[in-house]
Design a protein around this ligand. Structure first.
Ligand SMILES: Nc1ncnc2c1ncn2[C@@H]1O[C@H](COP(=O)(O)OP(=O)(O)OP(=O)(O)O)[C@@H](O)[C@H]1O
Ligand SMILES: [Mg+2]
Length: 350
């Protein structure tokens, strides 16, 4: 029995560009799958294939128990979609936009109005409900677009970069709405370039690169694949580097002498992979102290999804969002998308 969303071997080319090169996915009912990948990885193309907007060249897809290629109309009635670029009618008010969607789905006018009011409230748009959408900020449009996708509470939802361009406060609010939605039983596939978002919302994460799913698992599973935790020590005196390195190597995960302990001379920093957490850290501190090795810093570093992404794809996520377009309510681009992707000097963990 396939999950609420199931894809097997999806292939899609645009001329010479192979946007999808055999995408396999499965999303169990009532769970959230985060599709994570750099620009051009094939996230939007995957979503468009699964939502009947694009016909794959090859492959199979089943959504809400329906064959996407053979029963596209029925699929459309069972899903909600919020696209990467908000699809609101600029010349209608927020309220009218939502009521119109309800009527498209054949809700009675009264019911559509009630539902619109609920959503306007939920998405903090009540005050702007009677202004035309053209006057909305980027963040408000994005919220309106998501609200529109939720008018009929479909069993399966697709969201393509739902929070790109939102400021941190708006992003948090949306996360709450999305969590509520999922706690009500909705199955969700969402694409994102924000690792933090995938970490926060998704049960499972599929990393997409060059039209393929190159890894899938929970955030913890993916992190474990990237090599687990490390101890980092910065010694005070350069002369102590060798002694500290030998000491740390005794604690390294695969045992001493395996060459797993790394030294960055200019930083006076020694790093070794370990398992044992805080307890081990305390032991290392005691031994360093007993040997008279003075330290400036010591810490346990756990891999982040950033590390996972980097080790899997060879490049950092969230880079180069210059084309991202939308701005947050306060007119500022979120700092996160820019800083996190541009962290200099990180090397692949491979
Ligand atoms: N309609 C199209 N015509 C030609 N090429 C396309 C079309 N749609 C997508 N592509 C190409 O297919 C590849 C995958 O694009 P897609 O939009 O799926 O990536 P994405 O992962 O959503 O990227 P982003 O993070 O920038 O949204 C890219 O190389 C893109 O240029
Ligand atoms: Mg996209």
């Amino acid at each position: 029995m396939p999950g609420a969303i199931y894809a097997e071997g999806l292939v899609k080319s645009f001329g010479k560009v192979k946007a999808l090169d055999g995408v396999d996915l499965e999303v169990p009912e009532g769970t959230v799958l985060g599709l994570l990948g750099p620009n051009g990885a094939g996230k939007t193309t995957t979503v468009r294939c699964l939502t009947t907007l694009l016909r794959p060249d090859r492959g199979k897809a089943v959504v809400a128990g329906l064959d996407v290629l053979k029963q596209p109309d029925a699929v459309r009635r069972s899903i909600g979609l919020s696209g990467q670029f908000a699809a609101v009618d600029e010349y209608l008010t927020g309220r009218e936009n939502l009521q119109m969607v309800g009527q498209l789905y054949q809700m009675r006018a009264k019911a559509a109005k009630v539902r619109a009011d609920e959503l306007l409230e939920q998405f903090h748009l009540a005050d702007a409900a009677d202004r035309i959408a053209k006057t909305y900020s980027g963040g408000m449009r994005r919220r309106l677009d998501l609200a529109a996708a939720l008018v009929v509470s479909p069993p399966v939802m697709f969201m393509d970069e739902p929070t790109t361009g939102l400021d941190p406060r708006n992003r948090q609010q949306l996360w709450e709405v999305i969590k509520q939605l999922v706690s009500g039983g909705t199955t969700l596939l969402l694409t994102t370039q924000y690792l933090e978002e995938a970490d926060h919302l998704a049960h499972d994460i599929a990393v997409v690169d060059q039209g393929r799913v190159i890894a899938q698992g929970t955030s913890d599973q993916l992190k474990a694949r990237t090599g687990g935790e490390r101890v980092e020590v910065v010694v005070h005196d350069r002369e102590h580097i060798a002694a500290a390195s030998a000491l740390l190597d005794k604690f390294s995960l695969r045992g001493p002498g395996k060459g797993d302990t790394a030294v960055e001379d200019h930083m006076r920093k020694i790093t070794t992979p370990v398992s044992g957490g805080a307890k081990l850290l305390a032991e290392i501190i005691r031994e360093l102290d007993a040997d008279g090795i003075e330290i400036d810093d010591i810490g346990l570093r756990r891999p982040t999804l950033d590390d996972v992404f980097l080790s899997l794809t060879g490049h950092v996520a969230e880079a180069g969002r210059e084309d991202a377009g939308d701005e947050g309510d306060d007119g500022k681009r979120t700092a996160e998308g820019q800083d996190r992707g541009r962290r200099p000097g990180k090397e692949a963990v491979k």
